[in-house]
Design a protein around this ligand. Structure first.
Ligand code: OSB
Ligand code: MG
Length: 381
């Protein structure tokens, strides 16, 4: 395998208008924002990664400003001039900065991309090379769609029906206090057979257990992150009270968190967002634990641009990812992305892994510049 030597790293803070914002229990943002990481190597290769954070610390603690700060002062200085033989060396190189997983994941992904490109490998095949035999890419990811909080059940049903007609076969609905049991009842009455799940984004406490038990009546695939964003303990008290499987998202930030959660019975399913765990090196460790423990696994999303989406589709195509992922077609998020070609949905609710080396999509410089200009005009801080 050819190594790379890192010559320079450039950050691009961008904003892209959403076609349809996603309202969650923690809020709504009108534009997709992210810090895009561009790694340039001495060999002349450019790698791309996405630090998927939001303007507000509503999902996790990180924001655009923290990602810029941590990358600029504590991550990039530890990478410049380094010769890297394997992307799995990166977490140790940047470990002196604690936490800040979303920020670090952008840099780590860009290095995965650069090393994959210099070795003429698709990212998906590069990931598989770190796994036991039998884990080759399926070349496509099975996906669903995430639907935000709506004003009423009828509006929600209209959106679900639109998504089903487009070919999505797994529907995730965001819920919050006061928008849960009646929603599930209304949707199930109209659509008794669809594959349906709910995501609470930490809207409840353990004191809501009796209330949440009502959701067991609606044949849900899972309920995602009902309790606090940092909690494993109380989820282990809630899971035995529900027949609906709990899926953790926010509170699993490492392979250790997952091992703890499985040992105490806090969840039966994992939503792995590579960004949330610091990138793909840690994601591969989590993947192996899920395979070994036969824990159903899927890849979550943060409404990524094509850069983050391409890497996530590449990972989601691995066979240990057993449930439909939160990775939808480009047109569900944006009129125009900063990459080409767009991701499209196949009739079997899958999205293809791009053909080219690395992330396999091309960053369009003029669109990146436009997205940077939109960020500058927003100036939300
Ligand atoms: O909890 O899964 C989540 C988006 C932003 C922050 C948190 C979440 C989400 C999604 C998006 O559900 C799913 C997607 O990218 O399509
Ligand atoms: Mg979630």
């Amino acid at each position: 395998m050819k190594p790379i030597t890192i010559k320079s790293i450039h950050l691009h803070t961008i904003a892209i208008p959403y076609v349809e914002p996603l309202r969650t229990s923690f809020g709504v943002e009108a534009e997709k924002v992210a810090v895009i990481v561009e790694v340039v190597t001495e060999e002349g290769v450019t790698g791309w990664g996405e630090s998927s954070v939001e303007m507000a610390p509503g999902y996790g603690a990180e924001t655009i400003a923290t990602a810029q700060h941590i990358l600029t002062h504590f991550v990039i200085p530890n990478l410049i001039g380094k010769t890297i033989h394997s992307p799995t060396e990166v977490p140790a190189l940047i470990a002196s900065a604690r936490g800040n997983h979303h920020a670090k994941a952008g840099a780590e992904t860009a290095i995965w991309d650069a090393l994959a490109k210099i070795n003429d490998l698709r990212l998906t095949d590069y990931f598989a090379s770190f796994l036991p035999e039998g884990h080759a890419s399926r070349n496509k990811a099975t996906v669903g769609v995430s639907i935000g909080i709506q004003p009423d059940v009828d509006t929600t049903l209209a959106i679900i029906n639109k998504r089903l007609a487009q070919g999505y076969t797994r529907i995730k609905l965001k819920i919050q206090r006061g928008w849960d049991v009646e929603l599930a009842r209304g949707v199930r009455a109209a659509l008794p057979d669809i594959t349906l799940m709910l995501d609470a984004n930490s809207a409840y406490t353990l004191a809501d257990a009796e209330h949440l038990k009502q959701l067991d009546a609606f044949n849900l695939l899972m309920i995602e992150q009902p309790l606090a964003y940092y909690d494993i303990y109380e989820h282990s008290k809630l899971q035995p009270q529900l027949t609906t499987p709990i899926c953790l998202d926010e509170s699993v930030k490492s392979v250790n968190d997952l091992q703890l959660a499985l040992e105490v019975g806090a969840c039966k399913i994992l939503n792995l967002k590579p960004a949330r765990v610091g990138g793909y090196t840690e994601s591969l460790e989590i993947y192996k634990v899920c395979v070994d423990t036969q824990t159903p696994l899927w890849i979550g999303g943060m409404l990524e641009t094509g850069i983050g989406r391409a890497a996530n589709v590449s990972f989601a195509s691995l066979p240990g990812v057993t449930l439909p992922c939160d990775i939808s077609a480009t047109d569900r998020y944006f009129k125009e992305d900063i990459t080409e070609p767009p991701f499209t949905l196949n009739p079997d609710s899958t999205i293809n892994v791009p053909d080219g080396a690395g992330i396999g999509v091309e960053v369009i410089r003029e669109r990146l510049d436009e997205a940077k200009a939109l960020w500058q005009s927003l100036d939300p801080y």
